[in-house]
Design a protein around this ligand. Structure first.
Ligand SMILES: C[S@@+](CC[C@H](N)C(=O)[O-])C[C@H]1O[C@@H](n2cnc3c(N)ncnc32)[C@H](O)[C@@H]1O
Length: 279
C-alpha cells in the first residue's frame, strides 16, 4: 500500500515537470526529485510530491521554481570542439561564399537553442569574430534562447568565474574578448552586441524567431520524450534556410532525425541539413 502511495505521489510531479518543460524524469532519475526539490519541499512544508504538483498546477511562480530546479544547465565554452572546428574551417566559409551571390550577401543568422548561461552563444560569437575580421560590416545576429531565467540572466550579463572561464577558452581568447573585474571575467561589448538573449520554452510554437543559417540545439532533446523530440526537430527544420546546418550534442543520436534531415560528417563533427520541402 505504501509503495502505491509513493509512486502515485511521484507520478503527479513527474507529469507536471514534463508538461512544464518537456523533461522526462524516468525510473533511473528518481533520485533527482529529492536532490532538486528536497529543500523546496521542506521550506514550503509540502507534505509530499502530490501536494507540490497540485499547488503547481495554477501557480506561475511555483512553476518557474520547478523549471529552475529541474533543468540541468551544465555547459562550457567551445563544448565538444569539433562543431566549432567544422564551422570555422569548412562550413561557414562555404555559407559565406554561397551568400556572396544572394540578395543578402552579408547576412548571417545563428541560433543557440537552449543556450544555458551563455557559453555556447559567446563561443559562436568568438568564432565569427575570428572568421570575419570585418564582422562589423556584416549583419550578423546570434539568437540565444533558454527556458531558465537564471540562465538567461547570467548569459545576458556575460560575467563568469575563474572556473567557468578555465573550461574551454584559450588565454588568447580570454585576453581578446574579456575584461577582468576582481575575481570575475566580463565579456566585452563587441561580443555581447552580436547576441540577442530571450527566455523561451521550446515546447511552445516558435513564433517570431525567424530563419537561421546555423542552429545549435545540443543536450536538450536527450531529456525529452520521443514525441516531444520529434516535434521539436520538425519545428526547428521549419526555421532553417535550405542550406542551413543543425548541430546536436556529441552524445546524442536520434534515429528519427532522418525524416527531416540528412546527415553529413565534417572535421569529425556530425551535421544535419534540412531536407527540401515538397511543395
Ligand atoms: C545541458 S544544457 C545545454 C546547454 C548548451 N546547449 C550545451 O550543450 O552546452 C540544457 C539547457 O536546456 C534548457 N531547457 C530545458 N528545457 C527547456 C525547454 N523546454 N525550453 C528551452 N530550454 C530548455 C535548460 O534550461 C538548460 O539550460
Amino acid at each position: 500500500m505504501k509503495t502505491l502511495e509513493v509512486s502515485n505521489d511521484i507520478i503527479d510531479i513527474i507529469d507536471v515537470i514534463e508538461q512544464l518543460c518537456g523533461i522526462q524524469v524516468d525510473d533511473r532519475k528518481l533520485y533527482l526529485l529529492e536532490h532538486r526539490f528536497g529543500e523546496l519541499m521542506r521550506e514550503a512544508s509540502y507534505s509530499n510530491y502530490a501536494e507540490l504538483a497540485r499547488c503547481a498546477r495554477d501557480d506561475r511562480q511555483l512553476q518557474q521554481q520547478i523549471v529552475e530546479r529541474i533543468t540541468t544547465r551544465e555547459t562550457l565554452f567551445f563544448r565538444d570542439g569539433s562543431p566549432f572546428q567544422a564551422l570555422q574551417h569548412k562550413l561557414l566559409p562555404e555559407i559565406i561564399d554561397a551568400r556572396a551571390s544572394s540578395r543578402f550577401p552579408r547576412r548571417l543568422r545563428l541560433w543557440s537553442a537552449a543556450c544555458s548561461s551563455g557559453q555556447e552563444p559567446y563561443s559562436l560569437a568568438i568564432m565569427l569574430r575570428e572568421l570575419l575580421p570585418d564582422a562589423d560590416n556584416w549583419d550578423v545576429q546570434i539568437l540565444a534562447s533558454d527556458i531558465s531565467s537564471t540562465a538567461i540572466t547570467q548569459a545576458k550579463q556575460g560575467v563568469y568565474s575563474e572556473h567557468e572561464i578555465s573550461r574551454g577558452l584559450s588565454p588568447a581568447q580570454l585576453n581578446r574578448y574579456f575584461h577582468k573585474e576582481g575575481n570575475l571575467w566580463r565579456v566585452q561589448d563587441k561580443l555581447r552586441s552580436m547576441i540577442r538573449f530571450e527566455e523561451r520554452n521550446f515546447l511552445q510554437p516558435f513564433t517570431n524567431v525567424g530563419m537561421f543559417d546555423v542552429v545549435f540545439c545540443r543536450n536538450l532533446a536527450i531529456y525529452f520524450s520521443d514525441g516531444n523530440r520529434k516535434d521539436l526537430f520538425n519545428r526547428i527544420a521549419n526555421q532553417m534556410v535550405d542550406d542551413g546546418l543543425l548541430f546536436i550534442g556529441a552524445q546524442e543520436y536520434h534515429s528519427d532525425m532522418s525524416q527531416r534531415f540528412t546527415m553529413e560528417h565534417h572535421c569529425r563533427a556530425t551535421v544535419y541539413r534540412p531536407k527540401k520541402r515538397v511543395p
